[in-house]
Ligand binder design. Structure first.
Ligand code: PLP
Length: 468
């Protein structure tokens, strides 16, 4: 009978080669272009129409990886990657991913690998305490914040007590549902609400103040207006660290309104939540004790390779009532308190807790704190240096590791500066629009970034100012 892998000798040789390749890659990443400059279709057309029938050696595949695939990689691990949220993996995270792939266990039930469930519970308790979050929170890891916010909003909808799980939403007398978030909330919040049947008209975007924070008075007015119109307010999402400017909604004031109006309060701290590992950033959690759910992404700013997003809730029973459905073939007779499949949509679960555990344990909280503090300091220094360049202005107050700026010369000049900097291959920044004004957005979050990498942005902006 043919076996898939008759021996481990080829694996062992290729594995050593691959680890060496990764170490060289990480060591020399600075010398690569950050942003891939291939054209659409360039990668795909290099490959045959069908996979090999006889199989190919690992050596050939590694060579294909280097010559055909790597040119189409934008290097998120590059210390000059400043676009989006410049997430970074880490050596500890990479090793844990390798082990997790080797084990290939599925943590749908405690029984299907007790260590998966118990390490997830442990790592999330450690993380919760390290971030200074309330000790009554239950945590679960899913792939992304998008999915975690969707799960939170599903729980919020169930918490209305209208038995939507049992009776559905159609063919019955149900008022229009409403959920509220800032005009600067991430698109994933609206997407989740759309999937849950709120409808686009059920997502009410609340105006923000001068610093792009949700206005609590505008939230109050919107809820009052909706109630008067016969709609049913269900949930409010406060963003702690918005995508465009890292602005921080006033969770305490929003929480007071949510409590009075009996709305579910979800806090989207996907990016900024990780910063609270350092006590100097704990102010970000002001008012968080009233949150029903909170999302934090270690894959955004805690050096854990994508994907790893954590959902905390003080009402796990609602999440469970919303999602638990146990067919006969998944029933177990053990005394385990948690089977994570009961708290979300997916059944199968990867061993993501291993990398989070390994990152926290290997680096230690002090090193993680120091790196994040340093990144925020570099962002602050970047803002100060940019302001020294004539013709540059900031579009938002500097917040955490995010800076948004533009050339006063206007949108076209700012856009072409961004394109020039990115085309150089030396760095990668992205853009946003704030109140219709186009700006270059820089986020620092890579564990290897030093000031010399950030300085390139200042140099690029200066060169552009001097050439005008
Ligand atoms: C504030 C905020 N929430 C949610 C998300 C979505 O994150 P994910 O890619 O994990 O779904 C992002 C992504 O940048 C974000 O900035």
């Amino acid at each position: 009978m043919p076996k898939l892998d008759p021996t481990t000798s080829e694996f062992r040789a290729a594995g050593h080669r691959i680890i060496d390749w990764i170490a060289d890659y990480l060591e020399n990443i600075d010398s690569r272009r950050v942003l891939s400059n291939v054209l659409p279709g360039d990668i795909e057309r290099q490959f045959a129409a069908a996979p090999s029938s006889q199989g190919r050696s690992y050596d050939e595949l590694i060579s294909d990886f280097e010559s055909k695939i790597l040119p189409g990689i934008t290097h998120w691990n590059h210390p000059s990657f400043f676009a989006y949220f410049s997430i970074t993996g880490s050596q500890a995270g990479i090793l844990a991913e390798l082990l997790s792939a080797a084990i290939n266990a599925n943590g749908m039930l405690w029984k299907t690998s007790p260590a998966l469930t118990e390490l997830e519970t442990l790592a999330l308790r450690w993380l919760r305490d390290a971030l200074g979050l309330p000790s009554n929170l239950f945590g679960i890891i899913n792939d992304t914040a998008s999915i975690n916010s969707f799960l939170a909003l599903a729980a919020a909808r169930e918490a209305l007590g209208l038995d939507i799980r049992g009776r559905g939403m159609t063919g019955r007398d149900l008022p229009p549902l409403r959920m509220y978030c800032s005009e600067h909330a991430h698109s994933s919040i609206e997407k989740g609400a759309l999937a849950l049947g709120f409808g686009a008209s059920g997502v009410v975007k609340i105006a923000s103040d001068d610093a792009f924070r949700m206005r609590a008075d505008a939230l109050e007015a919107a809820i009052r207006r909706d109630r008067a119109d016969g709609a049913l307010p269900c949930a409010v999402v406060a963003t702690v660290g918005t995508t465009s400017t890292a602005s921080v909604d006033p969770t305490r004031a929003i929480g007071a309104i949510a409590a009075r109006e009996q709305l579910w309060l979800h806090v989207d701290a996907s990016y900024a939540g990780s910063a609270t590992i350092d006590p100097s950033f704990r102010w970000l959690w002001d008012g968080v004790e009233s949150a029903d759910s909170i999302v934090v992404n270690p894959h955004k700013w805690l050096f854990t390779p994508i994907d790893c997003s954590v959902l905390y809730t003080r009402k796990p029973e609602v999440l469970r009532e919303t999602f638990s459905l146990v067919p006969e073939y998944l029933k177990t007779s053990d005394t385990a308190e948690v089977n994570y499949m009961d708290y979300g949509l997916q059944l199968g679960r990867r061993f993501r807790a291993l990398k989070l555990w390994m990152v926290m344990e290997h680096y230690g909280l002090d090193r993680l704190r120091a790196v994040i503090r340093d990144q925020v300091e570099m962002a602050t220094r970047l803002a100060a240096e940019l302001l020294k360049v004539p013709g540059v202005e900031l579009l938002a107050p500097p917040s955490l590791s995010v800076i948004v700026f533009r050339l006063k010369a206007g949108e076209e000049a700012t856009m072409s500066l961004l394109e020039r900097m990115n085309a150089s291959g030396k760095l990668f920044v992205s853009h946003t629009k704030l109140r219709d004004t186009y700006g270059i957005r820089v986020a620092i979050g890579n564990g290897a970034t030093e000031w010399r990498h950030v300085q390139q942005i200042v140099d690029g902006v200066r060169a552009s100012a001097e050439s005008r």
